[in-house]
Design a protein around this ligand. Structure first.
Ligand SMILES: [Zn+2]
Length: 359
């Protein structure tokens, strides 16, 4: 089967790094803004608004990129807003052939209209559960797990870590920190990570995106994260030598420990973490057998889907179905759900799905 957008959409896919507030449908942003009286949107029709998000995100600066979220989080401050955004997020992923998704967001950014942290999580999870039901009925089953993010410039990370543990087994799979990376090292939130470790709970850390190796070093060595959000700057610890690429201490550790890299090709280019898709180290890291995974990050800002991210990699690096299957299994092996369930999805959904496409 040739690799096209249509055929890749049929392939089972797993996404580990997708932001709830980065994946709204433009029309939903407009509807919810009208409902809650938010009048700061930069455009008034869905196409123009979609284009505005993409262009603002294309500026090449992480800080500018993050500004776009002021508009999406502004319309996600009510029970119905959160529920609808979560429901549509999972339905959109399912329609694209995603069978397993971890969707993250920062509850602390959704308290402006009086919801508590627990209510924010409750309504979001309700939206995900509704969409799992609807997707199964539509013949595109998806399993959705929510990750709770703390903002790295704020001081609520321990509280969000506690919220994560309180809601685990009810649809929350793990914890994360995100936001402007420079000046806010992961070790600033050490107490939150220690709390997670003490509770045998999962967490990932956005590191090595806007800032380099020291951030990755702290995330894996001090904080003990299980996965790296992006981690693309691990290449700062890989040098060329006559005998091929040479790995430093941190890069070796990340590879030896099989720490998954949640790579987000389009987003990494948009935020300036890498200069272009052609220069993205995805292929280098894949060839060096790091545990690479393909992710969307922010579907609205990057105007993308899992299938489009995979197609871009296929077009740029010449990957085939067996490569896409490997990246998908990498993601599924790294999922924040119980081991038997990971195995079940790999053996019963992913492998049979790719076997059909491989012929
Ligand atoms: Zn992210």
């Amino acid at each position: 089967m040739p690799l096209t957008l249509a055929s890749i959409r049929q392939a089972p896919k797993a996404v580990l790094h997708d932001h709830l507030d980065g994946g709204l449908r433009p029309g939903t942003v407009l509807d919810l803004a009208a409902q809650c009286g938010y009048d700061q949107l930069p455009a008034q029709d869905a196409d123009a608004l979609g284009n505005w998000f993409r262009d603002a995100a294309d500026s090449g600066s992480l800080e500018r990129y993050l500004e776009t979220f002021a508009h999406t989080t502004a319309v996600m401050q009510t029970a119905e807003g959160l529920r609808r955004v979560a429901r549509e997020c999972a339905l959109d992923l399912a329609e694209d052939g995603v069978v397993y998704a971890e969707v993250r967001f920062a509850p602390e950014q959704h308290l402006q209209r009086g919801l508590s942290l627990d209510e924010v999580v409750e309504h979001t999870l309700a939206g995900f559960r509704e969409s799992e039901q609807l997707a199964a009925e539509a013949g595109t089953p998806i399993r959705v797990v929510c990750l709770l993010t703390a903002m790295r410039h704020a001081a609520r990370s321990l509280e969000i870590a506690e919220l994560t543990v309180r809601w685990r087994d009810r649809g929350v799979g793990g914890f994360d920190i995100a936001g402007a990376e420079a000046g806010y090292p992961p070790s600033r939130h050490l107490d939150a990570f220690e709390y997670m470790r003490a509770n045998c709970a999962h967490f990932t850390i956005h590191a090595g995106e806007a800032f380099g190796l020291p951030s990755i070093h702290e995330a894996v060595a001090f904080c003990g994260c299980e996965r790296l959000g992006h981690g693309v700057r691990i290449t700062d610890d890989i040098t060329d030598s006559e005998s091929g690429p040479k790995l430093g201490l941190v890069a070796n550790y990340v590879r030896d420990q099989r720490i998954p890299l949640e790579l987000c090709p389009s987003s990494n280019v948009q935020t300036g973490a890498v200069p272009s898709l052609e220069k993205h180290p995805f292929d280098l890291l894949a060839r060096l057998r790091f545990r690479v995974t393909v992710n969307t990050d922010n579907r609205l800002m990057s105007d993308t889907t899992m299938s489009r991210e995979m197609l871009k990699l296929v077009d740029t690096f010449g990957y085939g179905w067996s490569d896409l299957e490997r990246f998908t299994i990498n993601a599924m092996k790294s999922a924040f759900i119980a081991f038997p369930e990971r195995l079940r999805i790999i053996d019963e959904v992913i492998k049979p799905g790719y076997a059909v496409l491989l012929g």
